[in-house]
Design a protein around this ligand. Structure first.
Ligand SMILES: [Zn+2]
Length: 162
């Protein structure tokens, strides 16, 4: 029931206007639900920001593959190029997936990105410092996206919107 503030008439839930006097009614439940939807959409937008991180990684990966292909001896250069393009494609795929399932895509991408760099560091410790600022920014963006995705998931569940 929504009580009209003007004439005290009780109106059924969900009414927009008072049956008694025609005044516009304020439905607190509806207002709360709308506020929840706005909040959830905002969280989802934050979570989708991982997309830009994946685009940056994918593009850098392509660039690196191109450079590497010209530096590695003949024959091996082709392999370096193919491997680099596949990896870049993987990150572009993650960027696309991030628009649909930002939470899971960001977690997977974070592990993939961190894993690749740990492997590279084992192979050649000097790679740790290569592009460390970009790496730091990308990891920060992904961690934020994962956090936002988690917050969105919890929020939607707690409000029974899922
Ligand atoms: Zn009224």
């Amino acid at each position: 029931m929504i009580e009209c503030t003007a004439c005290r008439h009780d109106n059924p839930d969900g009414s927009g206007f008072c049956e008694g006097c025609g005044a516009a009614l304020h439905d607190p439940k509806k207002a709360a639900r709308e506020a929840d939807e706005v909040e959830a959409e905002f969280m989802l937008d934050q979570a989708r920001k991982g997309r830009s991180a994946f685009f940056v990684i994918g593009s850098l990966q392509l660039l690196a593959a191109g450079i590497e292909a010209t530096m590695v001896p003949d024959g091996l250069g082709v392999f370096a190029l193919i491997a680099g393009v596949i990896l870049a494609g993987l990150f572009f795929l993650l960027a696309w997936w991030c628009g649909r399932q930002p939470f899971i895509a960001s977690i997977l991408g974070l592990f993939l990105f961190a894993g690749l760099h740990v492997l590279a560091a084992f192979n050649d410790p000097s790679t740790i410092y290569k592009g460390i600022i970009v790496k730091g920014i990308v990891i920060m963006m992904l961690v934020r996206a994962v956090k936002a995705g988690f917050a969105h998931r919890e929020f939607v569940r707690s409000r029974g919107m899922g």
